[in-house]
Write a protein that binds this ligand. Structure first.
Ligand SMILES: [Zn+2]
Length: 269
């Protein structure tokens, strides 16, 4: 059951920008058995993309959330360790970027959840408390498995413009909703319908709307996409605008705590 809550940013901030990165590397292409060129496109994130993203985040003093498939954590442990050691949150993103809506068997999906969690925990020394479904697709069992495995928040659903709380048997899961319009991938990589400059204009409009309505906006980026060439300037300009307009730019785990503590009146977990 979803609880209707009135979301407001913390005092001193005009709105919340949940900026997060999906570090897929070549997991989706490996899962599909893609060709070496497609694999190399994903690996760009490890060779160049993450470093360029971190340079921009460092410029603004930000520690953000990276959603990482378990297979990526075990295949590229150095890059995940760099992120974790630098204070960024490592959250879960499937094991090898599977499509969860294809899972019919809860036992199979439960085992995959265990493998995903164990891999992140092994390479970061922290059990992930945030989850984002690859392709933003759930099976009919995914939500109950998030409760079963003790996740604090999810960031996959698209049914609201504000964070909210899902309750089940007196357990609470924070939802940090997302939207395809606020994802770099379809516009710059998959359909390639916008230039980076057009994407920046659209995102600034969305941020401005959130600011004027004291709201929340979630922007998702992929280091292999936004880190390529001059596209990295989009990240820089988004953050410059957000800082100038008094955005709170928290990690997912910090935002989830805020939602629970302030909207549910509970001391979190
Ligand atoms: Zn992904």
């Amino acid at each position: 059951m979803s609880q209707q809550v009135e979301f407001k940013p913390p005092n001193g901030y005009e709105y919340v920008l949940f900026l997060s990165f999906d570090l897929d590397v070549d997991s989706a292409e490996q899962y599909r058995g893609s060709d070496p060129v497609a694999l190399s496109r994903g690996r760009f994130s490890v060779r160049r993309g993450v470093g360029k993203v971190l340079n921009v985040l460092y410029k603004y003093g930000l520690k953000t959330t990276f959603f990482v498939p378990g297979w990526v954590a075990s295949t590229y442990p150095q890059i995940v360790k760099v992120l974790a050691d630098d204070g960024h949150e490592i959250a879960a993103h499937g094991y090898i970027h599977e499509r969860f809506d294809e899972f019919k068997d809860i036992y199979y999906e439960d085992q995959l959840f265990r493998r995903m969690i164990e891999s992140i925990e092994t390479f970061t020394n922290h059990k992930p408390i945030g989850f984002r479904a690859p392709y933003w697709r759930f099976s009919k069992n995914t939500l109950s498995l998030l409760f079963k495995h003790g996740f604090k928040y999810d960031s996959s659903l698209m049914d609201d413009e504000y964070p909210y709380i899902i309750e089940k048997n007196n357990y609470f899961l924070v939802e940090l909703p997302v939207d395809w319009r606020l994802d770099d991938w379809p516009y710059l990589e998959y359909y390639r319908t916008l230039t980076p400059r057009e994407l920046l204009d659209m995102w600034i409009d969305e941020i401005e709307y959130a600011r004027q309505n004291h709201g929340y906006v979630s922007i998702t980026m992929h280091p292999q996409c936004i880190g390529r060439g001059a596209r990295i300037n989009v990240l820089d300009k988004i953050l410059r605008y957000a800082v100038e307009t008094k955005a709170w730019i928290p990690q997912g785990r910090v935002l989830a705590d805020y939602v629970l503590e302030n909207l549910l009146g509970k001391q979190c977990c």
